[in-house]
Ligand binder design. Structure first.
Ligand code: NAD
Length: 504
């Protein structure tokens, strides 16, 4: 463990702030692994005064970074991707140690960082504006995209490095600088990533404050980010209540925001689908990352004719789930992130029982020394169970039957969140209905694959209480730039739009 930490520049005590130089005069926090309760290292949080200095430097760095040609900025992102390739194994292991996801998922998360860097490098030559025909003679109408400013990136614990990279790789090629406030549950991975970016920026001779870091509590450092007009765009990933608070504060100062909030993923399993695909997709979607993905499968809506068979097969898989140290190859489910998460899960299961749900299997705390291990839970529930409306960030899966496909879609849509959804069917009409305007109301709607495991090529995000933000691939980059529309007159005369004449 020591060797991994050292290879990523993590010492016993680490400064939690960076903006060209490292600082951290605030509270000291010991980071404990959810795998076994072992202390990994300590971090000193930044003080409000240090935060101000960090943001000032990050803001100052924007003045020169925005003038670097976008393809040159892409070269920096390419080098960050190469550095991530070199450090993939170590960084993945640190993700696992700090957050508890399995090593194979940790490797997948770092791969996602590499992929978004590759995507952003290509994007650096494709930040296209449009040219439109002007209604006026000898005029040209065009749109350009310009860098926006400092992008504040506030991240959740469950994807401690990928979300930073989705935002940072895109923001950097767009000419923005980045100020990252990671979850206080995962500060070490944030320090490791910032060190990687620092090295690359220094190697290129650019101001390392382009990738700044401020570790501290959400309620103090987070609120300073929310309210500071120097943060042009705030990309916030976290819970719905957090996003509601952040969104209100950013809106009050007319800042821009990208909100990536809670999900409540559902899979519709049709009697016309492949049962093997259904069982495996739901299984991975529900127990992957110990049910701590925003896209985790929380609800399965199964056609009544196959409900019992499906449930039996899924329950058999659940019973065989290898739970334990996520660094081991054979383990599929590691610990929850901390003891508070275990308590939240157990309380939710009690509420499900109180509301009339039946626990089919799992939902127990495992007595592993120092770790936060539980058994994944399946509950068979009525369609109107109030808990179906809530995201419990743990491996608790609700199974409910449906009749007509329209009912399944209504159940799938009948929650406040709108992130990820899926249907397992071989019936073309059903899948097309699911993808149509009459179908899923989510930002992600998959066919014959589960709710989690999004690829970076598409825009990622969800509707309703999930916040409406989009990040990562496709044209999500547009949120990181400001659009400028220009009319250019080369006629030598004055001509007004809409045919208005001016008699002088
Ligand atoms: P959380 O809301 O507890 O914390 C998220 C981040 O917000 C942390 O960095 C935290 O320090 C910060 N924060 C807290 N108070 C703040 C404030 N006043 N101002 C600014 N920032 C503040 O979430 P979590 O437990 O870390 O993560 C789980 C949640 O995140 C789940 O709801 C999950 O669905 C969601 N999530 C969503 C996505 C997505 O892309 N939609 C991705 C990952 C996680």
């Amino acid at each position: 463990m020591k060797k991994i930490l050292e290879s990523l520049g993590i010492a016993d005590v680490n400064a939690g702030g960076f903006s060209g130089g490292w600082m951290g005069g605030g509270k000291v926090q010991t980071v404990v692994s959810p795998i076994n309760g072992e202390a990994l290292a300590s971090v000193t949080n930044v003080t409000p005064l240090e935060f101000d200095a960090i943001l000032a430097k990050c803001h100052q760095a924007f003045a020169s970074w925005k003038l670097v040609p976008a393809p040159k900025r892409g070269e920096v992102v390419k080098a960050i991707g190469d550095e991530l390739r070199r450090n993939k194994a170590a960084l993945a292991e640190l993700v696992t140690l700090e957050m508890g996801k399995t090593l194979r998922e940790g490797l997948g998360e770092v791969q996602e960082m590499i992929d978004i860097c590759d995507f952003a490098v290509g994007l650096s030559r494709q930040l296209y504006g449009l040219t439109m025909p002007s209604e006026r003679r000898m005029h040209r109408l065009q749109e350009q995209w310009h860098p926006l400013g400092v992008v504040g990136v506030i991240t959740a614990f469950n994807f401690p490095v990928a979300v930073w990279s989705w935002n940072t790789a895109i923001a950097l090629v767009c000419g923005d600088t980045v100020l990252w406030k990671p979850s206080s549950k995962t500060p070490l991975t944030a320090i490791a990533c910032t060190k990687i970016a620092e090295k690359v920026l220094r190697d290129f001779g650019y101001d390392p404050a382009i990738c700044s870091l401020a570790i501290g509590k959400g309620s103090d450092i987070g609120d300073l980010i929310n309210t500071d007009p120097r943060v042009a765009l705030l990309s916030y990933t976290g819970s719905v209540p957090g996003g509601r608070h952040v969104g209100r504060l950013v809106q009050e100062r007319f800042g821009k925001h990208i909100l990536e909030l809670g999900g409540n993923g559902a899979v519709i399993v049709s009697e016309k689908g492949d049962l093997d695909i259904a069982v495996q997709s739901v299984y991975f979607g529900a127990i992957g990352t110990s049910g701590q993905r925003c896209t985790s499968t929380r609800r399965v809506i199964v056609h009544h004719s196959i409900h019992d068979t499906f449930l039996d097969r899924l329950t058999a898989l659940y019973a065989r789930t290898p739970i334990g140290d996520p660094r081991k190859d054979e383990i599929l489910m590691g610990p929850l992130v901390d003891t508070a998460a275990v308590e939240t899960m157990l309380a939710a299961i009690q509420t499900v029982k109180d509301q009339g749900g039946r626990i089919v299997c799992g939902g127990e705390r495992l007595p592993a020394a120092g770790g936060c291990y539980v058994t994944p839970c399946i509950a068979s529930v009525p369609k109107d169970l109030p808990m179906l409306q809530e995201e419990t960030f743990a491996p608790v899966l609700y199974v409910l039957p449906y009749g007509p496909i329209e009912e399944a879609i209504a159940l799938q849509n009948g929650v406040p969140q709108g992130l990820s959804s899926a249907i397992i069917t071989n019936d073309h009409r059903e899948s097309e209905l699911f993808l149509s305007a009459a179908g899923s109301d989510c930002g992600i709607a998959n066919v014959n694959t589960g709710t989690s495991g999004a690829e970076i090529g598409g825009a990622f995000g969800g509707e309703k209480e999930t916040g409406g933000g989009r990040e990562s691939g496709s044209d999500a980059w547009k949120a990181y730039m400001r659009r400028q529309t220009s009319a250019i007159n080369f006629s030598g005369q004055v001509e007004l739009a809409q045919g208005i004449t001016l008699e002088l």
